[in-house]
Design a protein around this ligand. Structure first.
Ligand SMILES: Cc1ncc(COP(=O)(O)O)c(C=O)c1O
Length: 402
């Protein structure tokens, strides 16, 4: 047997791992209600028509070769304008790089900035890629607590306690996957102050920035003043094109990030470029009508309200209210009864008995995510209703036989 690398052995991705047992059920002809994957296009959300047209045009106009490694200037200029208009933050087109999605942005950034033994402060719970790529670099992801009782806001004092000599940065995900938390201006400011005190950069993942239901999303760089911020953003979620794989990294600083930005760009050149046709279509996305965003938020707000109410009615389950992105992260109160070994066993039991697929919370953080699960609030109300009815029947049966 030819051996796989040692560092590949720790790689697993909870969100997609749970799909395998679901596929087995479906192969047997058993339909499964999927509440597991953060892809709006799998539900009743469609890419705006003018973006699809622009994609066709880009191919017909001959944009089928490689683009510059940092991305097309027109797209970078469009992003600079969006940052100015939305966040009042000034960048130049050289201050950003287009990537194959935020996933690649974070891979390149962490590869460019982490040495073995370094530590990265990551929200607990988090989007799992941050943990994976930190470990892949033989560095240590350090989860800081987010406070469930406060709608999963980061615990700034916990971050302070966990800063060490080896800390290389503080990651924020706002709005958050998997909790749906929208961070308050105050919390962001406090984290920036802390980062400034310890001379750390803030890494801010804002891929869900315009998907909010009650409040407004504050861009970290807009509040950062003299603290360096690396922002990740992209088109997957807000523009409903996760399969196009277009994201970007913005560098906000006055010289402190020169070396990291240079390393980032060297790695970016070594991987050639992001998809050229999709980049062309994203130029059109920024220039064209934006009214789909409010329509998406209206639908999501209704689905959020329904999910929040319905889940809290179920015995053995409780949940905080999400205010952004498209996730809800309920607590399995009934775990205390010892009905399941862990949250993954709960998720698999729910899948096999009720045919509802969600993702186990420990896949997002073994400390602060355990005994929870993540569900998407993307399906139509009838599907959500059906799924939560099945969850309720499942819980009632389990709690009765216990
Ligand atoms: C917080 C967060 N960052 C990044 C990504 C991945 O984004 P992309 O499609 O741009 O790679 C996701 C996808 O779910 C996410 O939730």
């Amino acid at each position: 047997m030819i051996k796989a690398s040692r560092r590949s052995q720790g790689v697993s991705y909870a969100i997609r791992d749970v799909v395998l047992p679901a596929k087995k059920l479906e192969k047997k002809g058993i339909p499964v209600l999927h509440l597991n994957i953060g892809d709006p296009n799998k539900y009743d959300f469609d890419t705006p028509q003018h973006m699809k047209d622009a994609l066709f045009e880009a191919a017909n106009e001959g944009h089928n070769g490689y683009s510059p490694s940092e991305g097309y200037l027109e797209l970078r200029t469009g992003i600079v304008e969006r940052e100015q208009k939305r966040n009042n933050v000034t960048y130049t087109p050289d201050g950003l790089c287009i990537t194959t999605g935020v996933t690649e942005s974070l891979q390149i950034l962490l590869n460019a900035s982490l040495d073995p033994g370094d530590e990265l402060l990551i929200p607990g719970p988090t989007y799992p890629q941050y943990t994976l790529i930190t470990r892949f670099n033989n560095a240590e992801p350090v989860a800081y607590r987010c406070i469930e009782e406060e709608g999963w806001q980061p615990d700034v004092e916990d971050i302070r306690k966990k800063i060490s000599k080896r800390t290389k940065g503080i990651v924020l995900i706002n709005p958050n996957n998997p909790t749906g938390a929208l961070y308050s201006k105050n919390v962001i400011k406090n984290i920036i102050d802390l980062a400034g005190e310890y001379k750390l950069p803030v890494i801010s993942d804002e891929i869900y920035d315009d998907l909010t239901f009650d409040g407004k999303q504050y861009a970290t760089a807009a509040l950062a003043k003299d603290v360096p911020v690396i922002t990740f953003n992209g088109f997957s979620k807000v523009y409903l094109v996760p399969g196009w794989r277009v994201g970007y990294t913005l560098f906000y600083h006055s010289g402190e990030l020169d070396e990291i930005q240079d390393a980032f760009m060297r790695i970016a050149r070594s991987r050639l470029c992001a998809s050229s046709v999709c980049q062309r279509a994203c130029i059109a996305a920024l220039k064209g009508p934006q009214n789909h965003i409010e329509m998406v938020n209206q639908k999501l707000r209704k689905r959020r309200d329904f999910s929040y109410k319905r889940l809290n009615e179920i015995e053995g389950i409780s949940t905080a209210k999400p205010d952004g992105a498209f996730y809800i992260f309920p607590k399995i109160e009934a775990m205390e009864n010892g009905l399941w070994k862990d949250d993954k066993e709960f998720v698999l039991d729910l899948l096999h008995e009720a045919h509802v697929l969600v993702v186990h919370g420990s896949g997002f953080c073994s400390t602060y995510g355990k005994n929870h699960f993540r569900a998407v609030i993307l399906p139509q109300l009838e599907t959500l209703e059906k799924a939560f009815d099945k969850l309720e029947q499942f819980m009632n049966k389990k709690l009765k036989t216990n």
